[in-house]
Write a protein that binds this ligand. Structure first.
Ligand SMILES: Nc1nc2c(ncn2[C@@H]2O[C@H](COP(=O)(O)OP(=O)(O)OP(=O)(O)O)[C@@H](O)[C@H]2O)c(=O)[nH]1
Ligand SMILES: [Mg+2]
Length: 944
C-alpha cells in the first residue's frame, strides 16, 4: 500500500451525525412512495410503511459499511503506517470508534427487523404509521449516540488524506538530526519539494516527501521533524513521526549535523544524539552530513571537536561536508547516499533465498568465480590428452555442422579452407569411429532418461492412488454390478438364484431408468373431496342429464321471447313438458296420462300452442280413466311443488284461471286423453289442415271468416254438451289466438302509418286483435294500466292527459272526471277514442300536461312517437311510458336516448319482473335528434 486512499463518505461537515441523519431521512422520503390512502388494504399499508423502515435501515447500513470498509485496518497496512497512525490517532481510540460504527450497524439492522415484524400485527393505518415513526426514531437516535465517534473518524479521515504518499518499498533517503540543522534546506536543494525553512527549531512538524532522479531511478527523500536527545518515552508526537520513519523504512540515513553550532546544539550533543538513535540505523547505510560549511569548515574546527568527528569516522561512519546555502557538497552527499543504498539493496537481493539457496538460483547461474592470484608462479591449465584431442575435433565438427554460423564469422577463404579440411577428414574416415561411439553413448543416456521418466510416472501414479480414488462412484458401481458377477458371487456363497428370477433381474437391470412422472393439477385427495357439480346432483344417468339440459335451453329461449302474456304461463309449460317426459315411461307401461289434462289446459290458453299434445290419440272415455287422470292431476301439482324457484302465488293464480276456463270441457278432454288410437296421425293432419284453412280465410277476409266462425259457433252451440262442442270451442279459441298473433306481429313490424292503413282496410281485424289482447291481459297478475290510473288519481285534478295507444280508453274511463283525458289509437273502439296515427296527433303544440304510452309503443317509428309526445307536451310536462321488460335491449340506454330527445328522467322502476314504468319530464334542450339506443324489440309470438 503506497498510500492510504480514503474517499469521501458523504459526511463532511462538523455535524457529521446530523448530516448523515438528514441525508438518510430525506433519501428515504424521496426514494419511497409518499402517498397512502386509508381505503387501501391493510396489507398494502403495512408494506408501504415497512418499506420505509427497510429503506432507512438499508441506507444507514450501507453508509456505515462504507465507513468501516474504507478506513484502513491497522493490521492490514504497512507497519510504518500502522505505527504512524498509532502515534497520530491512537490505535485504541481508532479501533473503538470503528467498532462502535459496526455495533451501530448491527443495532440498526435489529431495530428494523423488529419493527417490520411488529408491522405484521398492525391493524390500521394509524398503527402502521406509529410503528414506522418509532422505528425511524430509534434508528436515528442510535445514530446520534455515535456522534463523538463520527467526529473523531472525520478528523482522522481528513488528516489521513493529508499524509504524504510514502512508498515503504521504494528507494528512500531519510534526513534526520536536531532541529534547525538544515534538513529542510537540503531536501529543497536536491528535490522539487518546497518545505518551509525557518531559523528556528521545529519548523517542520510532520513528514515531507520529495522526489529525485539518480541513475535513471526514482528516489524519494523524506524530511523529518527535528529530534531531541531524550528518552523515547519523553518524545512528543512530532519527534515520534521521525523515529517511526527511521525505524520502519529501509532507506539510506542522512544524519545532518550543524558544525557551525548555529542550531543551538553543540557538536558533542549532536554526536551524542547520533549515538543514541544509532540502533534505528541498523542494517541501513548511514551518512553524516556536516552542514553549514559556508560558516565554518571541518578543517577550521577546534582540535577536540575534530577528534570527536574523527572518532566517529573511525567507527565506520562516513562524514561529508556540505552547505545548502552555497550548494557545495550537496550533490556529492546525495550521490554517495544513493550509491550506498543501491549497493546495499543489490547485496540484500543477492543474499536473498530466492537467488542463492535453491539449486537453480540466480546467483549460481550468473556468478563466476575467479581464483585470486596467490603468487607470480604461472600455472598452466592441465588438459588431458584425450580431452584436448576431442576438443579440437569437436570444434571442427561443430564448425562443419553449423554452416550458417561459419558464414557469419569466417571469411570466404577461411571457410573454403575449413570445408576442404572437413572433406578430407570425412574421406579419411576420421569421424566414423567417434560418431559411432558418441551415438552409443547418447543412446545409453536416452535409455537412462526414459527409464527414469517411467519410474517417475509410476511414482506419481502410486502417489495418486494413495491419495484417493479418482473415478466416480457411479462408474465403479456400474462396472462392478453386472449380472454375471452377481450370479458368480451368489454361487460362491452357495445361493442359487432361480433362472426365472434371474431373467426378471436382468430385465430390471436392462430397463432404462425413468424419471418419476409429476402430477400436474389438484391432488387426488383434494379432487376427491370436491363436491359434484350442481347440474349433475340427483340425476341418475347421462340420458337424464341431456334431457334436463335441453329443457333448460328451451326454458331460457322462452324467457327471452316471452311477451306480457306468456311469461306467467311459462313455468306451467315447463312443468308440463317435464311431467310428460317423466311419465312417458309410465304410459308405455299402460298407465294413464294425467299430463293430458295439463296439455289441453295449456293449448286452450295459448291458442293451440302445443300441437303435439293436442294430437295425442284419445281413447274412449272410461270411468276408471277419469279417476286415474284426476290422480294424475294431483301428481302434476306435486310435480310443480318440486320447483322451488317458481313463484308460488303466480302458480296458484295461473292454476285457478286454467281450471276455471277449462270448466266443463275438462271431462271431455280427459276422456279424449284417456287412450291412443291407430289413426292418431291422420286425425292430427286433418285438424291442422282445417285450422289453417280457417285462419287463411280469416286473414283474407276478416268479416267472412268471423261470420263463418259465428256460423260454426251457432251450429255447434246447439250441441255444446257433446264432444263436438268441445272440439269446436277449442278450435275457435285457437283461431282467435292465431288472428291475434298475426295482427300483433303486423303492428310490431310496420310503421304506425301503415298500421292505420291496415285497420282502415280491415276494421274488424282490430277487434280481433283487441279481443285477443284483452284475453291475454286477463291472466296478468299485474297490469301497468292500473298503476298509471292510480298515479293519475293521485295527481292534482285538471291535468290534460293524452293517452296514446289507448285501446278501449280505460284511463279516460277511470280518471275522465278528474282530468281532461284525450285518448288516441289506430281505431276508435268507442266514443272516447280518437282514431289517428300516434306519430301525427291532431293536437297543438304544448297542450298536454301528461302523455301516457301504456304498452303502446308498437310501430317501428318509435322515434316519431316520442318526438310527437314531446311536441304536444308542455315544458315540464310528464311523459309516462310503460313497457314489457323483455322488449328493452338495454333499459339504461333507452332512458338515455329518450333524455337526449329533450327529456329528463324522473323515475324508472320495474313492476314485477315483466314491466318497466318510466317517467320523464320535458325540458327545453334537445341534445340529439336521432339518439342511439332508442330501440324496443318486437313482442312476437312463437310461430307454430
Ligand atoms: N549559513 C547557512 N545556513 C543554513 C544552511 N542550511 C540551513 N541554514 C539555515 O538554518 C536554518 C534552519 O534551516 P532548516 O532547513 O529549516 O533546518 P531544519 O533542520 O529543517 O529545522 P527544523 O525544520 O526546525 O527541524 C535556516 O535559517 C537556514 O537558512 C547552510 O548551509 N548555511
Ligand atoms: Mg525543517
Amino acid at each position: 500500500m503506497t498510500k492510504l486512499k480514503l474517499s469521501k463518505y458523504g459526511v463532511v461537515s462538523d455535524e457529521v451525525c446530523e448530516e448523515l441523519k438528514e441525508v438518510c431521512l430525506s433519501k428515504t422520503q424521496r426514494k419511497t412512495p409518499t402517498v397512502v390512502h386509508r381505503q387501501y388494504s391493510i396489507g398494502r399499508i403495512r408494506a408501504f410503511y415497512a418499506r420505509k423502515i427497510k429503506f432507512l435501515q438499508q441506507t444507514l447500513h450501507d453508509k456505515l459499511t462504507q465507513i468501516i470498509d474504507e478506513f484502513p485496518k491497522m493490521e492490514e497496512v504497512h507497519p510504518f503506517y500502522a505505527d504512524l497512525m498509532n502515534i497520530l490517532y491512537d490505535r485504541d481510540h481508532y479501533k473503538i470508534a470503528l467498532g462502535q460504527m459496526n455495533t451501530a450497524r448491527h443495532l440498526i439492522d435489529g431495530i428494523a427487523r423488529e419493527y417490520c415484524r411488529l408491522m405484521k400485527y398492525a391493524d390500521s393505518l394509524y398503527r402502521c404509521k406509529m410503528l414506522k415513526r418509532a422505528a425511524l426514531g430509534r434508528m436515528v437516535k442510535l445514530l446520534r449516540r455515535q456522534k463523538s465517534s463520527f467526529e473523531y473518524l472525520e478528523q482522522v479521515r481528513q488528516h489521513l488524506s493529508r499524509l504524504p504518499s510514502i512508498d515503504p518499498n521504494n528507494r528512500t533517503l531519510i534526513l534526520c538530526g536536531f532541529p534547525n540543522v538544515g534538513k529542510s534546506s537540503f531536501i529543497n536543494t536536491v528535490t522539487r519539494a518546497d518545505v518551509e525553512v525557518q531559523p528556528y527549531a521545529f519548523t517542520t512538524k510532520a513528514l515531507y516527501v520529495g522526489h529525485l532522479d539518480y541513475k535513471f531511478l526514482r528516489w524519494q527523500v523524506i524530511d523529518t521533524p527535528g529530534i531531541l536527545d531524550q528518552p523515547l518515552e519523553e518524545r512528543n508526537t512530532i519527534e515520534m513521526q521521525a523515529v517511526t520513519a527511521l525505524a520502519h523504512l529501509k532507506a539510506a540515513i542522512l544524519y545532518v549535523m550543524d558544525i557551525s553550532e548555529q542550531c543551538d546544539k553543540t557538536l558533542a550533543e549532536q554526536i551524542h544524539l547520533f549515538e543514541s538513535i544509532r540502533p534505528l540505523f541498523a542494517n541501513k547505510p548511514v551518512l553524516v552530513a556536516l552542514n553549514k560549511t559556508d560558516i565554518i569548515t571541518r578543517a577550521e574546527l577546534p582540535a577536540e571537536k575534530e577528534a570527536m568527528l574523527a572518532a566517529l569516522e573511525k567507527d565506520g561512519v562516513p562524514l561529508l561536508e556540505m552547505s545548502t546555502v552555497s550548494k557545495t557538497g550537496v550533490v556529492e552527499i546525495r550521490d554517495r547516499a544513493c550509491d550506498d543504498l543501491l549497493a546495499q539493496r543489490v547485496e540484500t537481493k543477492l543474499q536473498a533465498k530466492k537467488t542463492t539457496v535453491s539449486e537453480g538460483g540466480v546467483l549460481n547461474r550468473v556468478f563466476v568465480a575467479y581464483p585470486e592470484k596467490r603468487d607470480e608462479v604461472v600455472r598452466a591449465p592441465f588438459i588431458p590428452e584425450g580431452v584436448l584431442h576431442r576438443r579440437v575435433k569437436g570444434t571442427v565438427h561443430n564448425a562443419g555442422r553449423g554452416d550458417q554460423i561459419a558464414r557469419g564469422f569466417c571469411s570466404l577463404i577461411k571457410l573454403a579452407a575449413l570445408l576442404e579440411e572437413e572433406e578430407n577428414l570425412k574421406a579419411a574416415g576420421e569421424y566414423d569411429e567417434d560418431l559411432e561411439s558418441e551415438d552409443e553413448e547418447l543412446a545409453e543416456n536416452a535409455r537412462k532418461i526414459a527409464d527414469k521418466e517411467e519410474e517417475l510416472r509410476f511414482m506419481a501414479r502410486e502417489k495418486k492412488s494413495l491419495n484417493g480414488k479418482r473415478t466416480s462412484r457411479s462408474v465403479t458401481r456400474k462396472r462392478e454390478r453386472t449380472m454375471d458377477k452377481l450370479e458368480q458371487t451368489m454361487g460362491e456363497l452357495g445361493v442359487e438364484i432361480a433362472p426365472k428370477r434371474m431373467k426378471h433381474l436382468q430385465e430390471m437391470a436392462g430397463r432404462e431408468h425413468t424419471v418419476k412422472k409429476m402430477k400436474v393439477g389438484p391432488s387426488r385427495s383434494l379432487s376427491a373431496n370436491r363436491a359434484e357439480s350442481r347440474d349433475k346432483l340427483g340425476i341418475r344417468d347421462e340420458k337424464m342429464v341431456k334431457g334436463n339440459k335441453f329443457k333448460q335451453k328451451e326454458g331460457d329461449k322462452k324467457l327471452v321471447k316471452l311477451d306480457g302474456v306468456k311469461k306467467p304461463e311459462k313455468p306451467k309449460t315447463v312443468v308440463v313438458v317435464e311431467k310428460s317426459a317423466e311419465e312417458g315411461r309410465k304410459e308405455k307401461k299402460g298407465e294413464k296420462k294425467p299430463k293430458a289434462v295439463v296439455v289441453v289446459e295449456m293449448s286452450e290458453k295459448e291458442g293451440g300452442k302445443e300441437k303435439k299434445r293436442e294430437k295425442k290419440p284419445v281413447s274412449e272415455p272410461a270411468p276408471e280413466a277419469v279417476s286415474k287422470k284426476e290422480g294424475g292431476g294431483e301428481e302434476a301439482e306435486g310435480g310443480k311443488k318440486k320447483r322451488p324457484w317458481r313463484n308460488k302465488l303466480r302458480k296458484a293464480k295461473a292454476k285457478e284461471a286454467a281450471r276455471a276456463e277449462r270448466g266443463e270441457n275438462m271431462e271431455g278432454v280427459e276422456e279424449e286423453g284417456g287412450g291412443e288410437g291407430e289413426g292418431e296421425k291422420k286425425k292430427k293432419k286433418k285438424k291442422k289442415k282445417k285450422r289453417n284453412a280457417v285462419l287463411d280465410e280469416i286473414i283474407k277476409d276478416g268479416k267472412a271468416a268471423t261470420g263463418r266462425m259465428d256460423e260454426e259457433e251457432e251450429e255447434e252451440g246447439a250441441a255444446s254438451s257433446t264432444k263436438g262442442d268441445a272440439k269446436l270451442e277449442d278450435a275457435k279459441e285457437k283461431i282467435k289466438g292465431g288472428i291475434f298473433r298475426y295482427i300483433n306481429e303486423q303492428l310490431y313490424t310496420v310503421k304506425s302509418a301503415d298500421a292505420v292503413e291496415l285497420f282502415k282496410k280491415e276494421p274488424d281485424s282490430f277487434w280481433a286483435y283487441h279481443e285477443g289482447f284483452a284475453q291475454q291481459t286477463k291472466k296478468w297478475p299485474n297490469h301497468p294500466l292500473r298503476l298509471i290510473i292510480q298515479w293519475l288519481l293521485s295527481k292534482e285534478s285538471g291535468k290534460v292527459v293524452f293517452d296514446l295507444g289507448c285501446g278501449e280508453a280505460k284511463i279516460a274511463e277511470a280518471v275522465g272526471k278528474r282530468h281532461d283525458v284525450r285518448s288516441f289509437d289506430l281505431v276508435a273502439v268507442n266514443e272516447r277514442v280518437t282514431a289517428c296515427d300516434m306519430a301525427h296527433l291532431p293536437e297543438k303544440d304544448g297542450t298536454a300536461d301528461i302523455v301516457v304510452f301504456c304498452l303502446s309503443l308498437m310501430g317501428t317509428n318509435l322515434l316519431d312517437f316520442i318526438r310527437e309526445a314531446r311536441r304536444v307536451l308542455k315544458t315540464g310536462g310528464i311523459l309516462k311510458i310503460a313497457e314489457v321488460t323483455s322488449r328493452f335491449v338495454n333499459p339504461k340506454m333507452f332512458v338515455d336516448a329518450v333524455c337526449k330527445l329533450g327529456f329528463q328522467v324522473h323515475e324508472r322502476k320495474a313492476v314485477t319482473d315483466y314491466f318497466i314504468i318510466m317517467q320523464f319530464i320535458k325540458i327545453d334542450k334537445v341534445e340529439n335528434k336521432r339518439p342511439y339506443g332508442l330501440v324496443l324489440k318486437p313482442c312476437l309470438y312463437k310461430k307454430r
